[in-house]
Design a binder for this molecule. Structure first.
Ligand code: C5P
Length: 329
């Protein structure tokens, strides 16, 4: 009789422990979720697209943005994505004077010198990559933005823009420099180079500039042997340039194409989680003046670029809180 009571007691203890464990411990979130209907708790159960507190750009559900932003467009050329659809190849050729070079051969030569794998496809819930896109506008002078710019993970600068002597306004770090042969400058071994290929000769030039230096002229005399670390060199994809032209700026004219700065801004929006923009903005005459020089007299307004449409788009991005635009003085 005593034995029976003891076995019954053990059975009850095991049963109640199991029920408690299953209902509370094995499914703690479901249990809590049922009890609390609170947005803070909802937030805990939802996996974030990136680890930034401020915003995760690529995951924005803003309708104006999602109509334009196409995550699938590759930002840089790689061995497995270099094919160009016919209509894009034609658009690309319309920017340049006729060339007899064979595109596939040019790509093969390029990837015998720089790495051919895809880059920057590493977005995810544990990443918060902040990026500063620094244009060359004179509105940087006297801004004291230097420390704010340097505080980003990536700092993008363009063409020959110097930092020496301007550190308090423009910062001192450069992780990426974006340029084309005619605007090229030598790099230190920690800086990435992103080449903008406005023509097929530009891709031939980078291959040559990192090897034998045989190409000495493009549109005019250019640097023939470039100081840059091969592993840190990449080429913006012509498909990406076409996407910026067509989808972001809706440009139909063949005479105009996106500016370096605007291409870099959209590029940054594709590879970063949070983007802040500095050094964009014309002077009172509507000319893109530089912080480091008197803009040449022959330079008219915004050159071959649709400065107005670019400006409106940047302001729209700011208005929708997708970027922060620092306008200087
Ligand atoms: O003049 P540059 O092309 O070297 O300048 C880099 C980029 O900075 C431009 O392509 C343009 O997008 C931006 N810029 C600007 N306002 C200026 C000067 C440059 O928005 N005053």
């Amino acid at each position: 009789m005593r034995w029976c009571k003891f076995i019954k007691f053990i059975f009850m203890v095991v049963l109640s422990t199991t029920i408690f464990t299953v209902t509370v411990h094995k499914a703690p979130y479901a249990h809590l979720k049922k009890l609390v209907n609170n947005s803070m708790v909802e937030h805990l159960f939802h996996e974030e697209p990136c680890a930034c507190m401020e915003r995760c750009l690529a995951a924005s559900d803003d309708e104006w943005f999602t109509k334009r932003f196409r995550k699938d467009v590759p930002p840089v050329l790689a061995l497995n994505n270099s094919d160009l659809p016919n209509h894009i190849f034609k658009w690309w050729q319309s920017l340049q004077s006729k060339s007899k070079a064979n595109y596939s051969e040019v790509i093969k030569d390029l990837f015998s010198v720089i790495p051919g794998e895809e880059r920057y496809r590493d977005t995810g819930p544990s990443r918060c990559r902040t990026c500063a896109v620094v244009g060359n506008s004179g509105n940087l002078l006297g801004s004291y933005y230097g420390p704010v710019i340097d505080n980003h993970d990536f700092v993008f600068r363009m063409n020959k823009a110097p930092v020496q002597g301007y550190e308090k306004d423009v910062g001192s770090r450069t992780t990426h420099r974006i340029m084309y042969p005619e605007s090229a400058t030598h790099l230190d071994n920690s800086t990435h180079l992103v080449l903008l290929p406005f023509k097929i000769l530009d891709i031939q030039w980078i291959t040559s500039a990192l090897t034998d230096g045989s190409i000495k002229r493009t549109r005019f005399k250019v640097i023939d042997k470039l100081q840059a670390t091969r592993d840190k060199v990449m080429v913006m994809h012509p498909v990406f340039m076409h996407y910026v032209h067509n989808t972001w700026l809706h440009i139909r004219s063949r005479r105009s194409y996106p500016s370096t700065g605007f291409l870099v801004l959209i590029f940054a929006m594709h590879i970063c989680d949070e983007v802040n923009v500095f050094g964009f903005g014309a002077n009172s005459k509507g000319t893109w003046h530089h912080y480091f020089e008197n803009t040449p007299k022959r330079f008219k307004r915004t050159g071959k670029h649709s400065g107005g449409i670019e400006r409106e788009t940047i302001l729209e991005l700011q208005e929708r809180k997708l970027i922060d635009l620092y306008t200087g003085w």
